[in-house]
Design a protein around this ligand. Structure first.
Ligand code: A3P
Length: 322
């Protein structure tokens, strides 16, 4: 179990707290502050392109997440729900041979210049799209035209642990000692962080416009996937019929998209793909343990308490809690 002290000492050695460098912050990924969020310079350019060029449609469905909250799972589920007709037994479903990351494209990409936003125009309605962009940085036209948003959040300690492993796996260059990485996360310094701001914006919107923003929790999905998948299907405008329920289609969708099943497929467990241009990653990188509460294997009680207190304080009065 790690302690947060070395992190604070390391950070302090770098100049007291976070090392600010040319307006950026010392982290595994260089970050700049933009409005209320930390973001990498490349991603900021992409967000600006989205703001300038993305043309939302009324029937778009945008799957929004803070990174490592279960984006891959949500992509698989939304895709399976909306592409189930013609795949009655799901025995020949496209997800058996297509990585969930490829089933639903991201609005933003670090180099959207290579994958132009115009590519999204070619997708027929209704489109399933994904994003990590904070709500306040999405183009105002998304709400104006009435696109629907599905947001999935996750217990922040598990998000941190997942993110730390992911960054280590993706590149040795991104390695930051766990304690220091934790310290930065607690300061809010993570891509699209602070995590609590990201959660709160979508949470508040889901309360204000429940017909347009559905707010899901990873832990609730894990605890009762059938119930949550039915809720998701209704929101997506593709509710399961009584006949489908009776013939076990909901269970089939849940099973198709389960961690165990997805990781058993060759398309998700082998091979390398470069989805963002110049950054090849193993297809398995998006799957690690898929458990609730894995933080306990990586964080000390002291670290857990620290992040819990910060999150509690930041979410106070919102009605959102973990
Ligand atoms: P862990 O690192 O805790 O295992 P994202 O897709 O947003 O990058 O999130 C990745 C996290 O979701 C990882 O968490 C990963 O294992 C988990 N995950 C991926 N597919 C999943 C699934 N089908 N069911 C549950 N969790 C899944």
């Amino acid at each position: 179990q790690a302690s947060s002290r070395p992190a604070e000492e390391a950070a302090a050695k770098q100049g007291g707290g976070l090392l600010l460098e040319e307006g950026g912050v010392f982290s595994s990924i260089p970050l700049v502050q933009h409005q209320n969020f930390w973001i990498s310079p490349e991603l900021l350019k992409s967000v600006q392109l989205v703001q300038e060029q993305f043309v939302p449609r009324a029937d778009d469905i945008i799957l929004a997440t803070f990174p490592k909250c279960g984006t891959t799972w949500l992509k698989a589920l939304a895709f399976a729900i909306t592409n189930r007709s013609g795949h009655n037994t799901l025995a020949h479903h496209p997800l058996l041979t297509r990585h969930p990351q490829d089933a639903v494209p991201f609005l933003e990409l670090p180099n959207r210049q290579i994958h132009p936003i115009a590519d999204l125009e070619a997708i027929p309605s209704s489109r399933l799209l994904a994003t990590h962009i904070p709500l306040s940085l999405l183009p105002a036209s998304v709400a104006a035209v009435g696109s629907r948003v599905v947001y999935m959040c996750r217990e922040p300690k598990d998000v941190f642990v997942s993110k730390w492993h992911f960054e280590n796996k993706v590149s040795e260059k991104l390695f930051v000692e766990l304690g220091l990485s934790f310290h930065l996360f607690c300061e809010g310094a993570a891509v699209c962080g602070p995590i609590w701001n990201h959660y709160l914006e979508y949470w508040n919107e889901s309360k204000a416009r429940p017909d347009k923003v559905l707010f899901l929790k990873y832990e609730e999905m894990m605890a009762d996937p059938v119930k949550e998948v039915k809720r998701l299907a209704e929101f997506l405008g593709a509710p399961f019929t009584d006949t489908e329920e009776r013939s076990g289609v909901v269970d089939q969708v849940v099973r198709l998209c389960s961690f165990d099943h997805l990781t058993s497929l060759e398309v998700n467990s082998t091979g390398v793909a470069d989805r963002i241009g110049g950054f090849p990653m193993e297809n398995s990188t998006y799957f690690r343990r898929g458990k609730v509460g894995d933080w306990v294997n990586h964080l000390s009680a002291e670290m857990a308490q620290k992040l819990d207190c910060i999150v509690q304080e930041k979410l106070k009065g919102s009605g959102l809690a973990f």
